[in-house]
Design a protein around this ligand. Sequence first.
Ligand SMILES: Nc1ncnc2c1ncn2[C@@H]1O[C@H](COP(=O)(O)OP(=O)(O)O)[C@@H](O)[C@H]1O
Ligand SMILES: [Mg+2]
Length: 375
Amino acid sequence: MTPATLYLGLMSGTSADGIDAALVSFAAPQPQLVAARTHPWPAALRAEILALAQGTDPLDLDAYGRLDVALGHGFADAANALLDASGTPRAAVRAIGSHGQTLRHRPGGALPFTLQAGDPNVIAERCGIDVVADFRRADVAAGGQGAPLLPAVHAMLLASPGHPRVVLNLGGIANITVLGADGTVTGFDTGPANGLLDVWCERSCGLPFDRDGTFAASGTVDTGLLAAWLADPYFALPPPKSTGREHFHLRWLLAQPRVAHLGAADVQATLLELTARSVANAIVQYAAGAEDVLVCGGGVHNPPLLQRLRGLLAPRGLASTATCGVDPDYLEAMAFAWLARQRLAALPGNLPAVTGARGSRVLGAVYSAPPPAAA
Ligand SMILES: Nc1ncnc2c1ncn2[C@@H]1O[C@H](COP(=O)(O)OP(=O)(O)O)[C@@H](O)[C@H]1O
Ligand SMILES: [Mg+2]
């Protein structure tokens, strides 16, 4: 029997816009995306995730237990929908790598932790495939940030020997991977991206996101508000560092009194500028020699954001990872397929130079599929 080379990655990021599912083949030296789709969260579940992730609502243990299982069903639905749509037999998939939904990420302090929900037992039971999950906590236990985990896969798919480059993931939070000409890989979360753009758009327009950035483009940047936001200490922190919705949330945005005196479109324009400036500042400070910037994540579909980044980062080139044959919408889900494979091979998944962990660690825990039903 030939070893199974297909893995399925599941990812729902801080935007909680949907579950990305990617079927990845490792038959060739480079991982290949075989099939992919995004499965929506039911609206009520998405609202619960977003409310919780802000850290304002207390959550009792019963509610947490139910949410963990409901999210597990969401991930199982996403995996099954992809397998059915692509006509992939369950037996052909060696394992599912499920990131889970981050509900809290606090990698600092005396008792650092990161919490991803979406019961992997439910996924294994409903898909009939082994599941690997809980990828971040081994790194946190080793003194690391537990994030970002993407840089190893960015390096594998997008490094160009001799050419220093940056891979920029514009998700709910933005993170960069700095690929040195000499093969070194570093990276960190630069700060907010779609997460804040989404909450303000939702609050002022009732829409889940600012499609094509048109709302932001209709406003004017307020330099006073921008300066106040850019003064947040996170931006000046040296890496390793990572952040999430528990820091950059609606209350963070509303904490500046100036917001109340501006038109909603001007606030959106200023948020877009904040995203572009904080990303560009990080690249200029920590990847000054980069020749080009390759962009992935949902922000790649926001033309005014890309245009602003291009302006700030010139003369460096800036383009979607699609120009290198890598689908920008499924790179992160592909990474969790790879991480599942690393786990089953007992190989490390983290890069200590990125996360700050004491050393390389095998990431994740295995949840076995139920035995095949008796004939
Ligand atoms: N056409 C578009 N125009 C503007 N923004 C978009 C568009 N498509 C997706 N996005 C943004 O991308 C986000 C999803 O990005 P994603 O990379 O999935 O983030 P995460 O990893 O946090 O889930 C959406 O919430 C939205 O803000
Ligand atoms: Mg997403």
